[in-house]
Design a protein around this ligand. Structure first.
Ligand code: NAD
Length: 500
C-alpha cells in the first residue's frame, strides 16, 4: 500500500475526492526539507458536502445494532494491526519521529479501537421496574448524529483514533479535519476503515485550515466537536463552537513538570527525563519540559546525570533505526524552538547543553535541533511560562516539596505531571493535592490506557469531558430516560398533582 499520494484527497461519502480548491500547500519530509505531498485547503462547499453525506448516513447507522457496529470495528482493528508498519512509516515521513516511536503511536491508537469493540456493553442502559404501580423506567445513551474532530500534527494517527472509533461505535457519523502538516497517515487509516466495511458516509475526511475549521464550528448539522491542539486555538474552538450551540471538548497545550525528590533513584529519574523530555523531539503534549529537583543536592545530582546523557543523544532521520529522536515538524517549528533557546539565554537561564547549531551530514536541510538543557530557570522566564514543544528541558530548583507543588499549581497549564520518590506518603499527598489532570508516580508520561480517559485541567482542556474511554462514550451520546405504563395500569380520570 502506498503511504501517500502526490495530491492528498478528501474522503466524502465513501469516495476519495480531489479538492477543487485553488489554495494548496506542500507537506514536507522534515528530515530532508523536501516536499513529499501537496495538500489542498478545502472549501466550505466541500465541508458542506461531507456533512450532508454524514447526515444522510447517520439515521441508518444510528439504528444499526451496536453488535453489528462492533463487528466492523473488530475488522478495522485487525487491519490496523496488519498495516501498523506502513502507518508508522507514513507518520514518520511527514512528522519526523523515529519508526519505533511511530509504531508506539499506532499501537496506542489501536487500543482505543479495541475499547470501541466493546460498545454493546458500554451502551447498556439502566432499567428500573415498578418505579410506580405498573410503571417501568429505562435510561440509555443515544448518538448525537453528525460529529467532528480537528486534530494536531504531533500524533497524526493516534489522536484521530482517540475520537472517531468511539464516536462511530456509539452510532454517530464523523467528519475528520486532520493537521495540514502530516495528512498521509490519517488517509491511510481512512482506507483501512473503508476496507473494514463501514457504510459510506460514516467517516469523512476534509483537509484544510481555519476556513474549514470555522465552517465546522458554525455548521448547524454538526452536534459536537472534539479538538486537540494548542491552547489559543482550543480556546477559540471551544468559544465559537459552544456559542453555536455545540457540545465541545477542546484539549490544549501543556507544560508538564516532573518533581524529583531527594530520596529518588537519580539514575532512574534521569533516564525517565531523557525519554519524556526528548522522545519525539519534545513534540508531545505529555512531554516533560520542566524538571523540579527538590533541594540543591538533588538538583546537582540530577543535572550532572542529564548533561552527558543529552550530549550523547542520537539524533537522526526516521530511516535510522538507532536514532533516539528526529527533527522538528517544520522549518517554522525549528525557528520557534531556536528562538526560545536564545530567549532563555537572554533572560539569564544557565545553558548547560546547547542544541543550537546541530547539523547532520547528508541532512543539512532537515529541521533538526539538538537536545538542550537549561538549569536555574525561574518561573518568571518565558521559557518556563510558555510551551516550547521542542527538545528543551528546563530545570527549576525548588527549596522544598511544598514549593514544587505550589509552582505546578500556579502554572496556567494542567495536563500532566509526575513525581519521582521512594516515599509513599509524599507520593500520595502529591496525587491528592496537585491541580493536574493526569499524574504519574515514578511514571514520567502518565497517558491513561484506552479504558480510562485522557484530559488535563486548567487551560489544557476546555469543556466538561475528557477524551476517549468512558468519557468518550458520554461525550458522543446523550441520555434519554423513558417512563412507561401500559393501558391496564392507567386509572380513569385526569390527575393534576405532580406525579409521585
Ligand atoms: P494547532 O493548534 O496549531 O493545530 C491544531 C488544529 O487546529 C489543526 O488541525 C489546525 O489546522 C487547526 N488550526 C490551526 N490554527 C487554526 C486557527 N487559527 N483557526 C482554526 N483552526 C486552526 O496545534 P499543532 O501545532 O498542530 O499541535 C501541537 C499542539 O497541540 C501543542 O500545543 C500540543 O500541546 C497540543 N496537543 C495537545 C494534546 C492534548 O491531549 N492536550 C495532544 C496533542 C497535542
Amino acid at each position: 500500500m502506498s503511504a501517500a499520494t502526490d495530491v492528498i484527497s478528501n474522503a466524502i461519502g465513501g469516495a476519495l475526492q480531489p479538492s477543487a480548491s485553488g489554495r494548496r500547500q506542500p507537506v514536507f519530509n522534515p528530515a530532508t526539507g523536501e516536499p513529499v505531498a501537496e495538500l489542498p485547503l478545502s472549501t466550505v462547499d466541500e465541508l458542506n458536502a461531507a456533512v450532508a453525506a454524514a447526515k444522510a448516513a447517520s439515521v441508518e447507522w444510528g439504528q444499526t445494532p451496536p453488535l453489528k457496529r462492533a463487528k466492523h470495528m473488530f475488522r478495522f482493528k485487525q487491519l490496523l494491526d496488519e498495516n501498523a508498519e506502513d502507518i508508522a512509516r507514513a507518520i514518520s515521513r511527514e512528522h519526523g519521529k523515529t519508526h519505533a516511536d511511530a509504531l508506539g503511536e499506532v499501537s496506542r491508537g489501536i487500543e482505543v479501537v479495541d475499547f470501541a469493540c466493546g460498545i454493546p456493553q458500554l451502551l447498556k442502559g439502566e432499567f428500573s421496574r415498578n418505579v410506580g404501580p405498573g410503571i417501568d423506567s429505562y435510561a440509555d445513551r443515544q448518538p448525537l448524529g453528525v460529529v467532528a474532530g480537528i486534530t494536531p500534527f504531533n500524533f497524526p494517527a493516534m489522536v484521530p483514533l482517540w475520537m472517531y472509533p468511539i464516536a462511530v461505535a456509539c452510532g454517530n457519523c464523523f467528519i475528520l479535519k486532520p493537521s495540514e502538516r502530516d495528512p498521509s497517515a490519517p488517509m491511510l487509516v481512512y482506507e483501512l476503515f473503508k476496507q473494514a466495511g463501514f457504510p459510506d458516509g460514516v467517516l469523512n475526511v476534509v483537509h484544510g485550515d481555519k476556513e474549514v475549521v470555522d465552517a465546522i464550528l458554525d455548521h448547524r448539522d454538526i452536534k459536537a466537536v472534539s479538538f486537540v491542539g494548542s491552547t489559543p486555538i482550543a480556546h477559540y474552538v471551544y468559544t465559537r463552537g459552544t456559542q453555536a450551540g455545540k457540545r465541545v471538548q477542546a484539549l490544549g497545550g501543556a507544560k508538564n513538570h516532573m518533581v524529583v525528590m531527594p530520596d529518588a533513584d537519580m539514575d532512574k529519574a534521569a533516564d525517565a527525563l531523557m525519554g519524556a523530555g526528548y522522545g519525539s523531539a519534545g513534540e508531545r503534549c505529555m512531554a516533560i519540559s520542566v524538571a523540579v529537583p527538590v533541594g540543591e543536592k538533588t538538583a546537582d545530582a540530577l543535572v550532572s546525570r542529564l548533561k552527558p546523557r543529552i550530549e550523547s543523544l542520537k539524533i537522526g532521520p526516521y530511516t535510522d533505526p538507532d536514532a533516539d529522536m528526529g527533527p522538528l515538524v517544520t522549518k517554522q517549528a525549528q525557528e520557534r524552538v531556536l528562538g526560545y533557546i536564545d530567549k532563555g539565554v537572554e533572560e539569564g537561564a544557565e545553558l548547560v547543553v546547547d542544541g543550537r547549531g546541530f547539523s547532520l551530514q547528508g541532512y543539512e536541510n532537515g529541521y533538526f535541533v539538538g537536545g538542550t538543557l537549561f538549569d536555574r530557570v525561574t518561573t518568571d522566564m518565558t521559557i518556563y511560562r510558555e510551551e516550547i514543544f521542542g527538545p528543551v528541558l528546563s530545570v527549576v530548583r525548588a527549596k522544598s516539596y511544598d514549593e514544587a507543588v505550589d509552582m505546578i499549581d500556579a502554572h496556567e497549564f494542567g495536563n500532566g505531571t509526575a513525581i519521582f520518590t521512594r516515599d509513599g506518603d509524599t507520593a500520595r499527598d502529591f496525587c491528592d493535592r496537585v491541580e493536574i489532570g493526569m499524574v504519574g508516580v515514578n511514571v514520567p508520561i502518565p497517558v491513561p490506557v484506552a479504558y480510562h480517559s485522557f484530559g488535563g485541567w486548567k487551560r489544557s482542556l476546555f469543556g466538561d469531558h475528557s477524551i476517549y474511554g468512558p468519557e468518550g462514550v458520554r461525550f458522543y451520546t446523550r441520555l434519554k430516560t423513558v417512563t412507561t405504563r401500559w393501558p391496564e395500569g392507567i386509572k380513569e380520570g385526569a390527575v393534576f398533582t405532580f406525579p409521585t
